[in-house]
Design a protein around this ligand. Sequence first.
Ligand SMILES: [Zn+2]
Length: 432
Amino acid sequence: MTLFRAQTIDTPEDPFRGGALRADADAGLLVEDGVIVERDSFVRLRSRHPGAELVELTGGVLLPGLVDTHVHFPQVRVIGALGMPLLEWLERCALPEESRLAEVAYARAVAAEFVDALIGAGTTTALVFGSHFAPAMDTLFEAAAANGLRITSGLVVSDRMLRADLHTTAQRGYDEGLALARRWHGVGHSRYAVTPRFALSCGDELLASCGDLHRELTDGWFTSHINENLDEVATVGRLFDGGSYLDSYDRHGLVGPRSVLAHNVHPTDAELKRLADARTSVAHCPSSNAALGSGMFPLQRHLAHGVPVALGSDVGAGTGFSLLKEGLQAYLTQRLSGPDGVALTAAHLLHLATAAGAEALGLRDQVGDLSVGRRFDAIWVRPTPGTPLDIGMRHATDPEDALAKVFALGTPHDVARVWIDGTRVDGATAPV
Ligand SMILES: [Zn+2]
């Protein structure tokens, strides 16, 4: 048993539904076999468990592990290519790099970089957009398993309008996906997600095979892109004879509670209604939306329809792995949205970066906050003394003010420790 002593902040109750931020200036969390088994003031908990191994986290704040619901494994090395809209960026920047993952040694190196970057940013759970190559997917699952990372991911399939070397067929995509799922789905912290790249690059036959595989797996996941860029949306409309973007997936049984669609910057009301009815989640990727000029995310409309929303970094169109930065960018986007914007507080941002992501991935009973019964997935944000974040946190007027500073100023450099299932995974040799 390990007793953690820290200032903790989390959002067990959804702030979008009136829930308040939970903050404890001197909390004790007792962790056994990776699970939080008791939580109380440190003094009371210590008196009950005087012999437990003690980890004192002095200064900074302990937060739940961050949850990234949309991040591309093959794109670590192309982050930061600015100045292009989506389709040009894909052609000139992302897809040439994705082709390189055909070589297993290259993919293995990228997988290691990718997992290190996620953990370095404090991300402990992720829905990962995979590679077009099955052997590359094995390298990703292997790298994630070696670190205990909770990942849901799958082979990306397409059969048109990309580079020819990234195309597959319906049968091959199904066979390779099923073989990967049999190797990795439900093994450790890994789960499989059926992953057509987007309706633009997937014909109806291929999407039908994705639906078949999703049904075959019964408890697998589905993810893809939707309504990101106006040119893309118009092209999908033409390719599917004027049907809605969402319907291109929905007609194959791919829209349900185990589905997460990224972006949705330009949805129709009918699509939002269908997403809400299906309990399908949307991964909001604000820095990517800004970097590619995709548009302003209509959060208010998603909330009004009851569509679940979480955060995604969308590396490599997104500008980095930090969910803290995505939270800030979500806030800025809403501030710039005029009367359509939602006034987000630091509590909203933390919820979007933790519990909402866990909910979107069906993991809310395991992670997302620091309550008794949850796995101890946590990060210790402890800025270097003398930095603006350190100064700001020490002079914060209350916990929400301190948390706002974490989102405004925090970077991966401020994430001092990361635990998954109570085990440190941030590369340190010490166990706690
Ligand atoms: Zn994406």
